[in-house]
Write a protein that binds this ligand. Sequence first.
Ligand code: ASP
Length: 659
Amino acid sequence: MAASRLLKAALLVGRTSLRQHTVATRVPLVAVRATCCRGFQTSAIQREQHLQGYKDSDRHHGKYPARTHYCGQLRASDNGQHVVLSGWAQSPRAMSQDLIFLPIRDSTGVTQLVYRSENCPAHLKAQIQNLSAESVICVEGIVHRRPEGMANQKQTTGEIEVEITNIYCLNPSSPSLPFLPTQPQLPNEEIRLRYRYLDLRRDELQKNIRLRSVTANTVRQYLIGHGFTEIETPTLFKSTPEGAREFIVPTRKRGAFYALPQSPQQHKQMLMAAGFDRYFQIARCFRDEDLRADRQPEFTQIDLEMSFITVDDIQRIIEGMITAIWDKALGMKLNSSMFPHMTYHDAMSKYGSDKPDVRFDMQINQIESYVSDVAGQDSIDCMVVKKGSSLTGGDLKNTQKAFDLVDSKEFAFAKINENNIHQWLRKCGFLRHSQHIDSVQSKLNSKLNIEQGDLVLVNKRPNYLYGGNTLMGRLRLHFANTMQEKGLLQLDPNAFKFLWVESFPLFTPDEQGIRTWQSTHHPFTAPFDEDIPLLATDPAKVRGQHYDLVLNGMEIGGGSIRIHSPVMQSFIFDKVLQLEKYEYQRFDHLIDALGGGCPPHGGIALGFDRLMAILCNVASIRDVIAFPKAAGGKDFVVNSPSEVTAAQLKEYGLRLTEE
Ligand code: ASP
């Protein structure tokens, strides 16, 4: 009943949209517009046809011959064969009344079909001319080797063409598609996301999505070969204050909600308690974060967990898996020397980032010991941008503005030239007050290899390092980009610089300032054994057994050895993180599992979308996800999130309030 009412409503809106220029209507304009925007002409035509009675004569119904080859398969050696191809028609090209070319495409390539009046049945000509691009056809024909010199070197099937004997138009395409996947100039991303099925027909996206499948398969084979068991964990989970904001799922039981998992973290730990020893899953995770560039509210992780292991064991497994993936996807051989290690402290002080891009040097030095009288308890970061003097005054002013440094008393810079190379410290804001500058100037020049033509930046910052980056770290990335744009810094486009970053502080000052501490990774990460006594006395100094895998300045994964003691886990929830009782009670299932005979364990998760973007060499993870969300979490294909009816809201006991 409900469905037929909906259909009637849709038909009404459709009819109105066709007539809206001439007929006054009571259907609200908004509804009409919304319908018009979402469909292209096909829907309107079909609705009209429906109103006038069934008419679908352009379409072949019933049986059609079975495909003998894919469109990228035929070669000169197939000459003379009778073949059947199926795929998408591209626009026909009529060379004369008697000669028409019709390319047919599928995911493997393109074959040139040809109509020659002297050999082909006459009725085919009109049929071909009426075919709109992207119509789905099945074609019978005879393979002909192309004459000498006529081969198309750019196509794998370029040596042959197929002379058509029969065409079945299985599904004609609308002549008014919003764009063609083969057109050189593509429309903007919103249009492409809305008609994703058209965009996905493009070669590039086909390759990316297929490589994703090959990579997932490589991961599975590798992990199963190393004794892992693939186990699915629930999607309808429970709200637990684990870190990120969750998606809440209402149920028909008043006041009772599920939450979607931010990751399978708690379940995988319970699987260790359950004796599975080595678990993995290519898992969908959900985080309701304000979408930063290139984040998705739902994303995929290669998630694993192991019992009775060390950090080293986990890192070896991951290095082996990455090596297998690189081999399969890129044909590149990696080895374990390509996975160096760095502490969080070194990463933050030398590169100003917990995920350093080590494809270029530009290291940050601490120079406070040279000018201790102006440094006090603080650190002074100093970075030399080689050849940075060639940046214009405008470049540097813009940088200062962008980083909010125009009036900073802590930050200074100097372009080094022959006049100031022996006294640039005098030009550097707060440093000029140091008594020591004359005596340390030349020591600094030789230690930091400062030369004429360089740009030197200094910044005073608190000695205590926490969070993901420092100002100098952000400037390092900024200047690396600027210098690249100006051709003064070259990065090898094929370089893959992996790095394990380790020894993170277990706790970080709470961003929201509600509590003292928040977990740097997540609350289940174990402290260094030797730091356990500091949990109660000096949490700032406790290091976590946490490791991130970084590639070219991007975090591609992170994990840790977990807390397996229910006493320690409860202490951290209660005393360090200061969760309210009702909050940490939400983790009772985990505390119980730890106390019920749970082995020591640890694990890691790699971001599968980011990994694929790197393997496919694309900037956006949207290019490696079949149906990604756009900015703001919007799904343009199905137009969601979308409203639900008042009746649905009532069923769930929900009421919408004014903003
Ligand atoms: N569950 C963690 C995350 O999503 C990864 C891990 O610690 O295994 O970041």
